[in-house]
Ligand binder design. Structure first.
Ligand SMILES: *Cc1c(COP(=O)(O)O)cnc(C)c1O
Length: 386
């Protein structure tokens, strides 16, 4: 036990994963082959969305996501400060402004009330969209956000990078998977190795809108399409209809994604078992992310709050437990401080959360023995600090 590093998250690559990647490497296609289509179809099925568009990473997915929803220079969006910077940066890529609303102190998610307050403090049409984040794997109540968004004519782009397999039951008791496109206009997932499904790099954009889907396809691949080819044109015909990018994933990454996706449901179950153990150990002693009724947290992270956060972080690292902090509030990052944001909005809950948060090891291959070691060390830290 002594020398083994326990990270906060890690990928799991099986022999079968390796086999399918090698098989694809030896096939006719390294990119734009059949594995991408298969990955998209299987992913869409897994989250119950109509469409899925695979991309080279979630940051690219967020970029073409906001573009497909029509975001333009000078427009304004609202997001949470407690997220990875890319959730906000995607708006900056098109020259739009990022406004932050505070979090709910119990769920750590973008607060519906604070978002509503911010929207209603401005004239109609001031904001164009909301980018809520299923932070740590806990689904945002998108039914409630949809209602708010509809009242003000806003779109919703769900950053579901932490939450493939997460869901909530809506007011009609229907199971709503993160990224299913029912309440949000589109959603984005990441296949970075620390996330649930590892492709090396990779991402997916899901939507139920035909129009958004078509735009995503164009933007992913240079704005080029063969769709308008008529009978008298040669086979080489194509049109560039808009300024797009090369945000494609490779076929061998998609093969890895398919193999990983097949294990995700089990992985989410395992993550929830690990969460249960932490909760049992900490209940009544240590604050952790709350779980509303009828929500399933996909648990990319397991976050606890501790007064002497640096003390616990250092102590765990000394014991080779590489706990991590998620996240430094985005509005406090030097880039956002410099360009400015809605400085007069109260973001104190996000700042208070940040001063205490620490993410404990959470991944399906974390063994019971390793988790007990982590729990013991945390208990020891607390008893030494009383
Ligand atoms: C990981 C992550 C991203 C970016 O994903 P990449 O695939 O690394 O580009 C965006 N948003 C959130 C919330 C993330 O956790």
């Amino acid at each position: 036990m002594e020398n083994k590093i326990i990270p906060y998250g890690r990928q799991d690559i099986t022999d079968e994963d390796v086999r399918v990647v090698i098989e694809t490497l030896k096939s006719d296609f390294l990119t734009q082959g059949p594995k991408i289509k298969e990955f998209e179809e299987k992913f869409a099925k897994s989250v119950n969305s109509k469409y899925a568009v695979a991309v080279n990473n979630a940051t690219a997915g967020l970029h073409i996501g906001v573009m497909a929803l029509g975001l333009q220079e000078g427009d304004r969006v609202i997001t949470t400060p407690i997220t990875f910077a890319a959730s906000a940066n995607c708006a900056r890529f098109v020259g739009a402004e990022v406004w932050f609303a505070d979090i709910d102190r119990d769920t750590y998610l973008l607060s519906l009330e604070k978002t509503k307050e911010l929207i209603e403090s401005k004239p109609k049409g001031f904001f164009k969209g909301i980018i809520p984040v299923d932070f740590a794997g806990l689904p945002v109540d998108l039914e409630a956000f949809r209602k708010l968004a509809d009242e003000h004519g806003l779109w919703i782009l769900e950053d579901a990078c932490h939450a493939p397999g997460g869901y909530f039951m809506d007011s009609k008791n229907q199971k709503q998977f993160c990224g299913n496109g029912v309440y949000a206009d589109a959603a984005v997932f990441s296949f970075h190795p620390v996330k649930h499904i590892a492709c090396g790099e990779g991402g997916m954009v899901t939507t139920n809108s035909d129009e958004v889907y078509k735009k995503l396809l164009l933007l992913r691949s240079h704005g080029i399409t063969k769709d308008n080819m008529s009978e008298n044109q040669g086979g080489w015909f194509y049109e560039m209809q808009t300024l797009g990018y090369n945000y494609r994933i490779t076929d061998f990454q998609a093969a890895l994604g398919i193999s990983q996706l097949a294990r995700n449901e089990k992985g989410v179950e395992k993550r929830n078992e690990i969460a249960q153990k932490y909760k049992k150990a900490f209940e009544g002693k240590i604050t952790f992310q709350s779980l509303p009724d009828k929500f399933l947290n996909a648990h990319h992270l397991f976050v606890i709050e501790v007064e002497d956060r640096k003390g616990l972080y250092d102590y765990l690292h000394q014991n080779k437990i590489y706990a991590q902090i998620h996240y430094i509030p985005v509005h406090q990052l030097p880039y956002y401080r410099e360009i400015g944001y809605n400085n007069d909005t109260d973001l104190s809950k996000a700042e208070d959360y940040y001063s205490k948060c620490i993410s404990l090891p959470m991944y399906p291959t974390l063994t019971a023995e390793e988790q007990e070691f982590v729990i013991d060390k945390i208990n020891l830290f607390y008893s030494n600090n009383l």
